[in-house]
Design a protein around this ligand. Structure first.
Ligand code: OAD
Length: 257
């Protein structure tokens, strides 16, 4: 992150009325949650992500897929928001309107205090049944680290339970998408944090904002597929860059813009 980049980004955000923060897996990296691709480690190293994150994969081997998600759910339950999540939540107190659109299923933006969070890929904290989508709110069986596990049956219809996340090949939740795309089309600035920009349609969001005239600020330790669309690229980890950016926005607001 250069001082010039930081100053430019802070100026854009200090003047903005409507901001959308769009986050991906890199946002939660400093909370100890492996990104989707990093998660293919240890016991799961030999599996194809497509096998673990598709309906076909689940139908073929429900024990393996349920076990993988139970393992991730356990890691996420132990995780805490990092300084980046807290800075995003704080940013909503200095910008007139700020919403968070996240590809993450870990719920950490909400834990950090962000009030308006749109989860376009669902939430690992929720469970629903495979065939009819009945939400399940009971207790899940205890999980032994690293093991495969049979998915429990839906108490309403008996179909196996699955995480309420978006798998490859599935539609994104309609209400979340409508709101996210509408906010992107009306914002003054989008702060893009920790996404590789490779998963569609989420990767289209900054392009929608840009077409509508918004400024795009990106935070990532390395350039992504979306860096070409960014007005300002702030290189570095979210847990360091976003709090620094927040301090700079506050300073400018105090100085009157
Ligand atoms: P990826 O795992 O594709 O990319 C993570 C991004 O975070 C990369 O660009 C990293 O450089 C960046 N990154 C790493 N550490 C960071 C840090 N400390 N601070 C900021 N950025 C950091 O994650 P996403 O783009 O979110 O989809 O794509 C993940 C999606 O793909 C998931 O939502 C999931 C998966 O397939 C579905 O399940 C539909």
């Amino acid at each position: 992150m250069t001082p010039e980049g930081l100053a430019r980004a802070a100026e854009i955000l200090a003047r903005a009325e409507r901001v959308v923060v769009s986050s991906g897996a890199g946002m939660s990296k400093e909370s100890g949650i492996p990104t989707f691709r990093d998660a293919m480690e240890g016991l799961w190293a030999n599996f194809d992500p497509q096998e673990l994150a598709t309906e076909q994969g689940f139908r073929r081997d429900p024990r393996r897929v349920w076990g993988w998600y139970a393992w991730r759910r356990q890691r996420i339950a132990e995780a805490r928001p990092n300084a980046g999540h807290f800075a995003v939540a704080e940013m909503a107190t200095v910008i007139p309107s700020l919403a968070v659109v996240t590809q993450n299923v870990d719920g950490l933006h909400t834990d950090a205090g962000s009030a308006d969070v749109i989860e376009v890929h669902g939430s690992i904290r929720r469970v629903k049944c495979l065939d009819r989508g009945h939400l399940f709110s009971g207790d899940l069986p205890p999980y032994e680290d690293g093991e495969e596990q049979d998915p429990p049956a839906c108490p309403v219809c008996g179909s196996p339970l699955r995480p309420d996340v978006v798998w490859f090949g599935e539609m994104l939740p309609v209400a979340a998408v409508e709101r996210a795309w509408s906010l992107a089309g009306r914002c003054d600035a989008m702060l893009l944090i920790g996404t590789s920009g490779t998963v569609w349609p989420a990767a289209e969001l900054p392009l929608v904002a840009r077409r509508a005239g918004a400024r795009i600020i990106e935070v990532n330790p390395v350039p992504s597929e979306l860096t070409h669309a960014a007005d300002v690229f702030l290189q570095g980890p979210a847990g360091q860059v976003v709090p620094t950016l927040l301090d700079e926005i506050r300073r400018r607001k105090l100085l009157g813009g």
